[in-house]
Ligand binder design. Structure first.
Ligand code: SAM
Length: 187
């Protein structure tokens, strides 16, 4: 299967799919953190301009101007919100048969549509809370793989610093493995 992981610098989801034999690529404006050759460092909108022969795309667009946790700033950032929503719509409407888009609880729900599913890391082997919404096209809801005890919010323990956003936004490996196993199908 040809799989595009849009807006991924970490390679966590890409590696989960490649481990199962899929032809998976990540794409981000940033370089691949793991130095992988299976990474396109570019604007995913340009990448998708080429005839997309992808079977599945999993998207992690930035939530900075969309997350409800930043709601108190909304009234001052209309243009940023509109361009973030434009990007989300562009990804959801890409001519690819199977699409998943993830974001925290966000205004995507009120401005575009409600998510198909809300997952938590503790459903996939990580003892942490972080509500993550999934908007799905031609994909089944993810089935929890390993429900564990422990309901810590890791992000609150992270020290401030320039890389905090990266640690906060990195996809959990248990979620990535569930995506690859349940959405990958035969390689
Ligand atoms: C919330 S982070 C997602 C991180 C991801 N979960 C991971 O594990 O790497 C959003 C990412 O989108 C990237 N991004 C923003 N606009 C983009 C664009 N037009 N094309 C490609 N990547 C983009 C950012 O550089 C950032 O790394």
């Amino acid at each position: 299967m040809r799989v595009l992981i849009a807006c991924e610098f970490s390679g966590v989801v890409r590696r989960a799919f490649r481990a199962l034999g899929h032809d998976a690529w990540s794409c981000d404006l940033l370089p691949a953190e793991d130095g992988s050759e299976f990474h396109a460092q570019m604007d995913v909108m340009l990448l998708l301009e080429d005839k997309p022969d992808w079977d599945l795309m999993i998207c992690h667009p930035p939530c900075t101007h969309l997350a409800v946790s930043g709601a108190r700033w909304f009234k001052n950032k209309g243009p940023e919100m509109n361009s973030a929503l434009f990007f989300v719509r562009f990804l959801l409407e890409a001519p690819i048969k199977h699409i998943a888009l993830e974001n925290p609880v966000s205004i995507i729900s009120s401005k575009i549509r409600k998510p198909d599913q809300i997952i938590q890391p503790w459903m996939f082997g990580h003892g942490e809370t972080k509500a993550t919404c999934l908007w799905l096209k031609n994909l089944p809801n993810l089935v929890p793989t390993n429900i564990v005890e422990g309901r810590e919010a890791r992000v609150h323990r992270m020290p401030p610093g320039p890389n905090r956003w990266k640690e906060r936004s990195r996809t959990f490996s248990g979620v990535a493995e569930a995506m690859a196993t349940q959405w990958g199908g035969p390689a």
